[in-house]
Design a protein around this ligand. Sequence first.
Ligand code: SAM
Length: 289
Amino acid sequence: MSSPDPPTEIEQLMSRGDMIKKFKELEALAILESENDQGSDLSQSTKEATDERGFLIYDTFLSNQIYFDDLKHVNYPGISYTYPPNMFRNKEEVMLHISQDKSLGKGGILWDAAFILSEYVLFKNLLTPSSSIIELGAGCGLVGALMNKLGLPCLTTDLESHVPLMTTNFKQNGLSSENVQVMEWGVHDDDHLSKYDFVLGADIVASLYDPELLAETIHRIIKPTGRGYISFKGREEQYHVRFEKRMKELFESWEIAAATETGSRNKNELVGVICFSGKKPYENDTNKI
Ligand SMILES: C[S@@+](CC[C@H](N)C(=O)[O-])C[C@H]1O[C@@H](n2cnc3c(N)ncnc32)[C@H](O)[C@@H]1O
């Protein structure tokens, strides 16, 4: 009798069954509450503060999180995010005002995975300023905007429908929108063949999105020497398992930094960061390398 396949790394990370179950119940509750535009009891029962724009102040959001990705921020027009001084070549505090547009769906609001990915790559000094950096599925554009603000030019991409929101967020933070672009996986990626030293993505492995197409896009656009960092939340197990399988066919090296190892101020334990490198030759098409 053959023994069952050992659990994949992502399955191991997700084996904290009770925690995930609890998280899902809370997330479902929060979604229900966020759909009530009158405001939720949750948001009234805690002490988040807003600034003069009505944007939620990230530090108060963080200190009042009773669970993570709790969606209490969904009904705010945006989040004002403070990146502390002296964390990455920055002598001064960096403040970003990121608008949200929940009519765009998941991509129109900010996720813990975006804050965690940003802080992880910066705290660990993983990116170099003269390199070519791209963010896929950027949504509101927090990660790309912060990188650009800190002197790490990052092409910030998503579907065409999200470009106006990303552009607004770049412009209202004093950034040129030349680093905002459409990139639909499998459609526009051939314009970017083997071009990037670093590929970033936050919470882009999730239901509704095609995990194999995403893996193949990453493989097409990354340089043979490139590295990638994709943050994810243990939300849709089957999509993560499919993504891991395809990525391991396309890359030599695959590791996961658990939330506790990222150094981020956001302590969502269900978020991890996949770190990969070692692009393998493209199957059946050596021209694509
Ligand atoms: C859950 S959102 C995450 C947004 C943002 N990265 C964050 O963490 O706040 C996933 C994003 O992936 C984008 N996306 C999904 N499928 C895509 C595709 N085929 N091509 C480009 N972007 C895609 C969505 O438009 C959405 O903005």
